[in-house]
Design a protein around this ligand. Structure first.
Ligand code: NAP
Length: 266
């Protein structure tokens, strides 16, 4: 059984990936998929997505990825079903905005546990089922990082640091997995119009403000571009001109200058 595993599938980018990949045909991604395994905590949202796709070829896996028992449950399921995982998309992620000193211990823990630990553990759990598969490519991994990972971000310190981890991890993993014919693409978007900002600010009406508001993109632009980059086997997709400029600035400007420009964002 050829499958795609998508975390964070109940909302935003992950949900858009499910919808776009449901009828994917490109063999380089290992498509067509017999099933897409959709992971998130919200069983109701995942079930609604499954229903909207005709209750076929998707599997609802309501798991809290910050709980090690969930990783064990995924591992057990894989060992029983032994699918060929052709595509893994690590999309689940969150971060609380505001000064670090005002964050609760669980705000900090949850962001690191989900963005870094769970992403690595899901990848480790899936890899044995991605290796040694026949075809143009054995497997593909898409990790969703963020342009926040290019720079330290006062006011979003833990989240930005966690996304630096995702970028670094993805780059190293890409090199390690070349011999296995597994491609790793790291996607670095700027602000995207999803529930992310609402979760981040604990406010159901929150929207991006300030300079970030000028660079907001949508999942219907970002996700097709991400799939295209993964098909081409690109190591990194920095999405949008503004984010490309930020990426360049992060490489050529001293960090102290960047932190100076960021003053006032907290
Ligand atoms: N939106 C942006 O501006 C932006 C920009 C750059 C990067 N990103 C990154 O893009 C990725 C997708 O975010 P999004 O914008 O699509 O936000 P979103 O709409 O809030 O989606 C986040 C997803 O993560 C899942 N999730 C959260 N906590 C989880 C947990 N403990 N266990 C399992 N799943 C969990 C959520 O599902 P449940 O709540 O049902 O568990 C949801 O499906 C994240 O990694 C985010 O950091 C977002």
């Amino acid at each position: 059984m050829n499958i795609a595993v998508i975390t964070g599938a109940s909302s935003g980018m992950g949900k858009e990936f499910v919808k776009r990949l449901f009828d994917e045909k490109d063999a380089v991604l290992g498509a067509p998929f017999d099933e897409i395994w959709m992971i998130a905590r919200s069983k109701d949202k995942l079930s609604a997505l499954k229903e909207s796709l005709g209750n076929t070829r998707t599997r609802v896996l309501p798991l809290d990825l910050t709980d090690t028992a969930s990783i064990e449950a995924l591992s057990t399921l894989l060992s029983v079903e032994k699918p060929a995982i052709r595509l893994l998309i690590n999309c689940a992620g969150m971060g609380k905005s505001g000064k670090f000193s005002k964050q609760t211990a669980s705000d900090t823990h949850n962001a690191i546990a989900l963005n870094c630990d769970a992403l690595s553990c899901v990848t480790r759990t899936c890899l044995p089922y991605m290796t040694g598969l026949s075809g143009k490519r054995s497997g593909t991994i898409i990790n969703i990082a963020s342009s926040a990972g290019f720079l330290p971000q006062p006011g979003f310190a833990v989240y930005a640091a966690s996304k630096s981890y995702v970028i670094s991890f993805s780059r190293a993993l890409r090199e390690e997995l070349k011999k296995e014919n597994i491609s790793v693409t790291c996607v670095c978007p700027g602000p995207v119009d999803t529930d992310f900002i609402k979760v981040s600010r604990n406010d159901p009406n929150a929207t991006f403000t300030g300079i970030k508001a000028k660079f907001v993109t949508t999942t219907d632009k970002l996700i097709p571009a991400s799939i295209k980059a993964a098909k081409k086997g690109k190591g990194m997709l920095v999405f949008g001109l503004g984010q490309k400029a930020l990426h360049l600035a992060s490489k050529i400007l001293p960090t102290s200058w960047i932190l100076f420009f960021e003053r006032g964002s907290v």
